[in-house]
Design a binder for this molecule. Structure first.
Ligand code: 8YV
Length: 328
């Protein structure tokens, strides 16, 4: 019996590829080549499913050009690289990898928050540059994290995990979200209080972005929002590039209209705006919030579980468009 054929668009853990190979005829990408749109379409011809990541855009055009596809399984919780409506119209199942990365991503949001508020990387650069010649009362003064007001935009599972961690810092948590979350979840999230976006921007000392990208979320933080923030505030983005208007942020940081930013995601990454490199009041990381060994492994296995289910028993645990299954 011929096995279903699948494409793995990027290099992933070899044992996960081997797992997939027990069920499918796998075209893997161990050299981690970056496929152009045409190469991707070419490689997807005759494939039943694709194991992908946010670096491959599964647009309506790509989907329309790949009629054999039955499943798109993203190794990420975010799925803004996939046109779900087009996939649904084509009867293609789409899956993501929620939950397995919540705690690791929340840990990293805190790493960035602390590093940004207390100027950790800037201090190390200063020390390595041989500038530590004497004590001064005002060397590298930062903002306090303990006792401050933490504002979270996007109170999903990652936002809630970030809020829970603030208990140890005696912080007040305010949040803004598409809708207020259930009271028992607010209570677990350090008694987070739902506020308008305006109130959050105006009153938070540290703002963390944890919302998914969607066209409506584009530039949630732009020039007007940056102007509304306290000049002493810090902004942390572990969500997605495009949620912040990077050009406006660079202008604001340069003018010290906010104290600092900690950024794990950028517009047009990995080709982010090089002007960020000229700023000392930023902490910059290359989209690694979920990058602990166990979590990346769990994400890869979760995407594989979804793919195996989609092509075998038909019930992927993390299906994003169940209407495709219901139709059939
Ligand atoms: C991934 C992410 O590391 O899950 C997401 O949406 O942004 C990250 O956790 C990245 O997208 C690679 O899959």
């Amino acid at each position: 019996m011929t096995k279903p054929r699948i494409l793995v668009t990027r290099a992933v853990f070899p044992d996960v590829v081997e797992r997939l190979a027990q069920h499918f005829d796998v075209e893997a990408n161990p050299n981690d080549d970056i496929y152009s749109k045409d190469e991707l379409v070419g490689k997807l011809q005759g494939k039943d499913a694709v194991f992908t990541t946010p670096s491959s855009s599964m647009t309506a055009e790509v989907i329309a050009a790949c009629p054999s596809l039955k499943a798109i399984c993203n190794m990420a919780v975010g799925f803004n690289n996939i046109d779900i409506a087009a996939a649904t119209r084509a009867g293609i199942v789409v899956t993501n990898t929620p939950d397995v990365l919540n705690e690791t991503t929340a840990d990293f949001a805190w790493a960035l928050l602390l590093a940004t508020a207390r100027r950790v990387t800037e201090s190390e650069h200063w020390l390595r540059a041989g500038k530590w010649q004497k004590w001064r009362y005002d060397t590298l003064l930062g903002a306090d994290v303990h006792g401050a007001t933490l504002g979270i935009i996007g109170m999903g599972r990652i936002g809630q995990a970030i809020a829970r961690r603030s208990m140890g810092f005696d912080m007040q948590v305010i949040y803004h979200n598409r809708s207020k979350v259930a009271e028992h979840l607010e209570a677990r999230a350090n008694n987070a209080r739902y506020v308008s976006k305006e109130e959050l921007l105006r009153t938070a000392d540290h703002i963390v972005l944890a919302l998914p990208y969607s066209p409506e979320a584009h530039h949630t933080i732009g020039a007007a929002e940056l102007a509304a923030m306290k000049p002493t505030a810090t902004l942390i983005n572990i969500a997605r590039g495009g949620i912040v208007d990077d050009a406006a942020l660079i202008v604001a940081l340069r003018a010290n209209r906010l104290a600092a930013a900690g950024l794990d995601v950028f517009e047009n990454e990995p080709a982010f705006d090089p002007a960020f490199l000229t700023l000392s009041n930023v902490v910059l990381t290359p989209h690694i919030a979920s990058a602990s060994e166990p979590t990346r492994r769990a994400m890869a296995n979760c995407a594989a579980d979804n793919l195996i289910a989609a092509l075998t028993d038909g019930t992927p645990p993390n299906i994003l468009n169940p209407e495709v299954r219901n139709k059939g």
